[in-house]
Design a protein around this ligand. Sequence first.
Ligand code: ADP
Ligand code: MG
Length: 255
Amino acid sequence: MSESILRVSNLQKKFGSLHVLRGIDFAVEPGERVAIIGGSGSGKSTFLRCLNFMEIPTSGTVELDGKTLGRPISDTSDVRQYPEAELCQVRERVGMVFQQFNLFPHMTVVENVMEGLVTVKRMKKPQARERALTELRKVGLEEKVEVYPSRLSGGQQQRVAIARALAMEPEIMLFDEPTSSLDPELVGEVLRVIRQLADEGRTMLLVTHELGFAYHFATKVIFLADGVFHEVGTPDQVLKNPVQEKTRTFLNRFS
Ligand code: ADP
Ligand code: MG
C-alpha cells in the first residue's frame, strides 16, 4: 500500500505532434514541498495542469490518496469531453494558484473567495462568508474584503487567489510561478504567505524561478527538461551540487 498523497505513473502529454511530457513517474508524501524548476516551455505548467485535470493527460495515471483520478483519454481529446462532476471533485482536492491570479473582476475580494464554496461545496452564503473571512485574515487582507480586485496591488491579488484556493481545503496546493508577474517589491509578501503554509505542514508543489526561495522552501527539487524529470533530489543536491550537465547549464543562467 502506498502512503503517497499523490502518485503519477508514466504521465505523458502531447499537444498534437508536440510531445511535452514524455513519461513522468513521481510520488509526493504528505507534508512534502516540491519545487519544480526548468526552462521556459519545458512543460512545468502542463505538468501541474495535468495534476488537477485542467489538461487531460494523453496517457499515464494520476492517483490521489491511492484513488485514480479520471482516466487519460486520447491524443486529441479536450477537457470539455470529460465528465464535469469528476473534474470538480479533482479540483476541490487539488488547489491551484496561477501566475496571473485569475480572480473574477466583477466580484469583490470576499465574493471571490466564497464563490467555490457556494457553487462547488454547496455551502450556505453566511457560512461561506465566514470561511472566506477566516482565510482572508490568514493572508493579511481583512481590510480589503469589500473591494474589487482591480483596486488591489498584484501582491494583494495573489494573496486573495491563495485564500480562495485554501478555502476549498485542498489536500495539495499547486503554485505555478505565483510571483513571476509581480513587481519585485511585491514578491516578498506572497512568498511569506507560501512560507507560512509550509510551516503548517501543507503538501505543496511550486513552480518557480526564485531559486533562493526554493532552496529554503523545498524538501525536494525537480529539474524538468526534455519532457522528463531530468534531475531530482534535495535542494542541496539539485541546486548546489547537480550531477547532470543540463541542470548545471540551467542554473548557471541564474548566477
Ligand atoms: P512552461 O510552463 O515550462 O513554460 P508549458 O507547460 O506552458 O511550459 O508549455 C510546454 C510546451 O507546450 C510549450 O511548447 C507550449 O507552447 C506548449 N503548450 C502548452 N499548452 C498548450 C496548449 N494548450 N496547446 C498547444 N500547445 C501547448
Ligand atoms: Mg509555465
